[in-house]
Design a protein around this ligand. Structure first.
Ligand code: ADP
Ligand code: ASP
Ligand code: MG
Length: 472
């Protein structure tokens, strides 16, 4: 394939699919690249805010709140129908689009009503409800592309071949079978010049049950497709110019990073929480497929290119600073833990068995306690299971927890083997009068992360951003 003609996966996030004008703009971008002769698979997220609203609706339904369903379904249907009517001019295409929307809306309504009868929301039915966000937006985007005269073929995540395990809510693709199926099903469509439109975020189990890939999972869909189709690049279109030196909502002087390695971007995704789904980088990195993060509002800017090899500039040891909120600190303590190495193993195996992700760990040299950080949503489950399995063992005296904290992290490949970075980080934070509660450095030396009071996180992050000259 010549250099001008690329095989691309383009993923559009919810931030780019706000209202009609956003969708119109996005389809214009696809049209431009398709007309230049590029082969394109488009991955769409739900329209902005829709996934959160679906979660809320499912939870209300599980509390037998039948009354709220009608209003919710009506407003969701109205929003998608309105966007279609605003964008699609061709009467026949509009009719088909509205018909497909209505079918999905009716199915969603039936599902929510079913949940009110049962009065319970299983992870499996929750995933099914969540899948409608992407199903609806893909219908609108596909209709809008057809209206522009493009030939499209639409696929649900499962239809195009994405098969996952059955960890509902955080499903992982079974890559061997997925690669094979996606190649067979999607490959011919784009080779023949159609724009493939695929719902992000969702897959199916081998038994055909709908799963979701975790919040922000459309990024993952894009790289799964990219790796399966061996595309030239995967483009993640979003509402900022690329991956940045900090979340621009927290640090207004944040700058776009032109090039970054997969390993740095993985750390960044992990600590930056939202900009990119952490596991999304794996399929692309394994196959060496570059990812480009681009801004729909500034399409000519090159964005951020994520590639295999780290580019270390001596004066840029730290590339980005990030913060994770909504976490909690758990401490397991007891004098009996000293010299009892099996306790740490027990703690983490209990957490692992219960699917609780541990974000950071530290054990004091006295060994009288182990502290670690988990997401706030899994706090209660973590404390309960630890108490059940550890108290009474004679070694552990108590399990305590604290919620008013956050993690701050700096990431950069240049930190590896550069002495004094940690000292500089902690001095900068101390100079702000911010107390550090816990410290961790991964053995990869790609990040240094620490825990502070939640109310002081922004101050610490901004001071580090300045110290490492990320604003220049
Ligand atoms: P999308 O809908 O495109 O998937 P997300 O909301 O998931 O968008 O992610 C984009 C947002 O991530 C940006 O608007 C930005 O505020 C936030 N963000 C946080 N940290 C960073 C960072 N380091 N670089 C870029 N964006 C970041
Ligand atoms: N719609 C899903 C979410 O909000 C997936 C995504 O946007 O990537 O998490
Ligand atoms: Mg996202």
């Amino acid at each position: 394939m010549s250099e001008e003609h690329l095989k691309l996966v383009m993923k559009f996030g919810g931030t780019s699919l706000g209202e009609s004008s956003g969708i119109r703009h996005v389809t214009g971008i696809v049209q431009d690249y398709a007309q230049q002769g590029n082969k394109i698979a488009v991955v769409v997220s739900a329209m902005s805010g829709v996934t959160d609203k679906l979660i809320e609706a499912a939870e209300k339904a599980s509390m037998r709140d039948r009354a709220s369903i009608d209003a919710f379904v009506k407003s969701l249907a109205g929003r998608h129908a309105q966007a279609s009517q605003d964008i699609i001019k061709n009467g026949e295409i509009l009719k088909q689009t509205l018909g497909s929307l209505n079918q999905q809306i009716a199915e969603l309504e039936k599902t929510l009503v079913g949940i009110t009868y049962l009065g319970e929301l299983t992870p499996r039915s929750r995933d099914y409800v969540l899948s409608f966000g992407e199903k609806l937006s893909a219908i609108v985007v596909s209709g809008a592309l057809k209206d522009l005269g493009l030939r499209t073929e639409s696929f649900l995540g499962g239809q195009c071949g994405i098969v996952t395990d059955d960890r509902f809510g955080e499903a992982k693709p079974l890559m061997n079978i997925t690669r094979q199926q996606v190649k067979e099903r999607l490959g011919p469509a784009i080779a023949a010049g159609a724009v493939a439109v695929v719902t992000g975020f969702i897959g199916t189990t081998q038994d055909g049950l709908t799963t979701t890939l975790g919040r922000g999972g459309s990024d993952y869909t894009a790289t799964i497709l990219g790796a399966s189709l061996q595309v030239d690049e995967v483009w993640m279109w979003t509402d900022v110019d690329g991956l940045m030196t900090a979340d621009p909502r927290v640090e207004p002087s944040a700058k776009t990073i032109p090039v970054i390695s997969f390993s740095e971007a993985i750390e960044m995704a992990y600590f930056g929480a939202k900009a990119m789904h952490p596991r999304a980088l794996e399929p692309a990195s394994e196959r060496g497929i570059p990812i480009r993060v681009k801004n729909t509002l500034n399409p000519n800017s090159p964005g951020t290119l994520i590639v295999q090899e780290p580019q270390v500039e001596p004066e840029r040891v730290v590339k980005t600073a990030a913060m994770i909120r909504n976490v909690a600190l758990i401490t397991v303590s007891g004098a009996g833990m000293v010299g009892a190495p099996a306790i740490a193993a027990k703690v983490f195996s209990v957490l692992g068995e219960n699917n609780i992700d541990v974000l950071m760990i530290s054990q004091g040299s006295s060994q009288a306690n182990i502290s670690f950080v988990v997401s706030r949503t899994s706090l209660e489950k973590a404390v309960n299971t630890l108490e059940l399995s550890l108290l009474g063992s004679g070694f552990v005296k108590e399990v305590t927890s604290e919620t008013g904290i956050c993690i701050v992290a700096v990431v950069g490949a240049g930190m590896k083997g550069t002495p004094g970075v940690a000292a500089r980080v902690f001095k900068t934070v101390a100079d702000q009068g911010v107390n550090i509660r816990m410290i961790a450095q991964g053995s990869s030396e790609l990040n240094i992360s620490f825990v502070v009071e939640e109310s002081e996180g922004v101050k610490a992050l901004r001071a580090l951003h300045k110290e490492f000259k990320l604003d220049c």
